[in-house]
Design a protein around this ligand. Sequence first.
Ligand code: GCB
Length: 638
Amino acid sequence: MSVPGSKRGAIIALLAAVCGVCQALFPRESPSREVKDVSGLWSFRADLSPDRNRGFEHEWFKSPLAETGPVIDMPVPSSYNDITQDVRIRDFIGWVWYEREVWVPERWIQDQGTRIVFRVGSAHYYAVLWINGVKVTEHEGGHLPFEADISSVLRQSSSNPCRITIAVNNTLTLQTLPPGTIEYMTDRTRYPAGYFVQNTNFDFFNYAGIHRSVLLYTTPQVYTDDITVETSFSDNVGLVRYNVSVLGSFKSSVKVTLTTKDGRCVASASGSRGALKVTDVNLWWPYLMHENPAYLYSMEVQVSTEDGQTDFYTLSVGIRTVKVTSTQFLINNKPFYFHGVNKHEDSDIRGKGFDWPLLVKDLNLMKWLGANSFRTSHYPYAEEVLLMADRHGIVVIDECPGVGIKDIRSFGNVSLTHHLTVMKELVRRDKNHPSVVMWSVANEPAAEMQPAGFYFKELVSYTKSLDSTRPVTYITNSNYARDQGAPYVDVICVNSYFSWYHDPGHPEVISIQLNTQFDNWFGKYRKPIIQSEYGADAVSGLHSDPPMMFTEEYQKTVLQNYHNVFDQKRKEFVIGELIWNFADFMTAQNIMRVVGNKKGIFTRQRQPKAAAFLLRERYWRIANETGVLPTWTRYPCP
Ligand code: GCB
């Protein structure tokens, strides 16, 4: 059975050859680098042809998009789904085409010593990129950046402004992450010819399009391609081990300097690998754990060649350690208790499109709540989010898009290979963020299925081989006795919805069921446990006393019952609680959802429900018990 846009099958087969395009370093300006943001208004067309393949057959990338059919304006970054009044665009499956003309500074093109790179923050799910009609790269995966060196294409074609075309396909198959299936409805008494639907096993809308910024940036021909830092400390001396990967020359020298916030150089070294010692170190501490949280040093990497080329790149470095014992999660050797939220990249109109006002508002709400952590459920978030978390000391569990792996055919070799590739891209992008303290390789896979044992053993050990400094987990909701993956993880993360999906309307059973859950998991695995999801839907403004499901009172009651148990178990081996969910979010239409999932403690417009105030009291109380707070943050805060 073909996939909408049959070309897609062939494109995925090519992937192994082109996946070197995933990028590592967040693009930054420096004395040797320039950045030009080409987000904004793009031309757009969805390929509505029956097999979604007309664009490839008619080579829409070869001429301006407006010459091959009608186009509409489409903002980038944004999901395209909620931008128009056209239901066909909202629910579209298959290829859509974006195009924009961009002036590339003439001196970039003239100067042969300049490398010009095109970077897409993310495009969901599969993307192909052409510059002036020449294909330059393609990328699988909807939540991580990709880039291509476009210097030679630009220098060979004389056309400036240059025409950028990006085709994006949101089709999910058994081998994509997340997986899905396309179902063709062939009963002609019920469906029109060619009718198909996209089925998924996850609970959020499959928003699509170019979701993050699109940039052009430059480097010299000899440049820093990647930096890896690993930090530790002993007494008051911090240690930053670094490894700089340089491309473009075998003969280059590397100089590294570390400076404090006020610009004082505290350590320097030469060579592409080395260690920097910092006396009187300021450690990176989480928000609410220390009076001076989130301390970041600046590490300047300078790469020079004999013929006079120099590349500068500055990385923010937080010096901290992470360790897990059988009952504790330690940051800088002190017990850390996660009191935080699960999120989604989701908002009105933009869908999953990155938006600065939304990011800053969400950060402010998390701080107001007294949250010290969040999980990037159920996919990697924009890197801007992690940079913000680094700067504010919010701890992150970084999750890959392994959500909805429920079909046994998604545990095969093709799926595993792709899952490993995604982990590689994710670790490459996020390894230097001090806020990231744990990798989550999946959410609620069918871990009871027999192949899950091998699958997770491979996945977890591969992730550890990429990064030995952080624990690895996946999020489970299956029975402790039948979970095939739990033996391999460092921390058990359990989701449960007592008195919601089980025993609906009966919060009085939560205490006994939650105690049993914790004792079973800890009894079997002797590993610390995070309640990685719990909650209840509440339609904002709906009330009842005594509480009934879907009211704000019921949501509060469920939370209170969970909290009573957490307060007992956090004295033993429970190391965290993450509410499901920070805010209401959109889902596919189905009989379980009323215009989306309403388990948010904030509405989708970020207004608090009653549960937000309950959680705020709780988080600040826990912070006051466990942290060392500066006076201005003591609850109730100003
Ligand atoms: C879960 C899933 C999450 C859902 C949530 C719910 O276990 O991990 O994606 O949205 O439950 O509300 O059902």
